[in-house]
Design a protein around this ligand. Structure first.
Ligand code: KIV
Length: 262
């Protein structure tokens, strides 16, 4: 999947399927399932590193996981998520860090923010670095937003988000993630821009959807937002397997003859 092919989906009215992945094992599984793109999300700070939010994730963390995912992905678009303070301080630093993601094997980068990020997006896209925007509930601004809350519920906020989406499109972003905003606003934004919108907690009218893989698989249950649908219950399965293993070792049932060498 290339960037132009990804964008063609919107014109063809074909939904885009995006999930996060952080390692080679899951990359191979999600690729086999036929997703459109893999986001190496900074959500790894929470689901892999066990931190309360994404703010402590570093460039080194992200490049390590991007290399694992890009090394395993054979045909899926890999997008590297720029971590907090890798692009906020200056355009020059943002461009250099975005370039490091492509050197690690990503095809594109994602960053949070709208109009304020336009100069970063322009600088990156002008030298051939594809950029995905991210609007609405932007987790790197969790403290400024006062928590993980739905955004764009009041008219002024909604108008600003629509303007942000248009500004990102004009700056050259190839797609925009819309997180935790009302369905009606996501629909309006989706209809107002020519680039794909990828929703997460933004209703069914976006051009595609993204979910954190561990949420989708039911592996991470410490904080489950309303927009998450667990399609499996792998934590429960893992617990059951581990308890059985423990029990069988304690009872001398494992290893049996068939798991032993003679
Ligand atoms: O970091 C992440 O996984 C994300 C998605 C939730 C969009 O930004």
């Amino acid at each position: 999947m290339t960037i132009p092919e990804f964008q063609q989906h919107k014109r063809d009215k074909k939904k885009l399927i995006v999930v996060t992945a952080y390692d080679a094992l899951f990359t191979r599984i999600v690729e086999q399932a036929g997703v459109s793109a893999i986001l190496v999300g900074d959500s790894l700070g929470v689901v892999v590193q066990g931190k309360p939010n994404t703010l402590s994730v570093t460039m080194d963390d992200m490049l390590y996981h991007t290399k694992l995912v890009a090394g395993a992905a054979q045909r899926t678009l890999v997008i590297g998520d720029m971590p907090f303070m890798s692009y906020q301080a200056s355009t020059e630093e943002a461009v250099r860090n975005a370039g490091r993601f492509l050197q690690a094997g990503a095809i594109a980068v994602k960053l949070e923010g709208g109009a304020v990020m336009v100069d970063r997006v322009k600088a990156m896209t002008s030298i051939g670095i594809p950029v995905m925007g991210h609007l609405g509930m932007t987790p790197q601004s969790v403290h400024a937003l006062g928590g993980y809350k739905v955004q764009g519920k009041v008219k002024d906020q909604a108008t600003m988000l629509l303007e942000d989406a248009k500004a990102l499109e004009t700056a050259g972003a190839f797609a925009i993630v819309l997180e935790a905003i009302p369905t009606s606003l996501a629909k309006k934004i989706t209809e107002s821009v020519s680039i794909p919108t990828i929703g997460i907690g933004a209703g069914p009218h976006c051009d595609g959807q993204v979910l954190v893989l561990y949420d989708l698989l039911g592996l991470f249950d410490e904080f489950v937002p309303k927009f998450v649908k667990p399609y499996a219950h792998l934590k429960a399965d893992a617990l059951q397997a581990l308890r059985r293993y423990k029990e069988e070792v304690e009872q001398g049932k494992f290893p049996s003859d068939s798991e032993s060498y003679h």
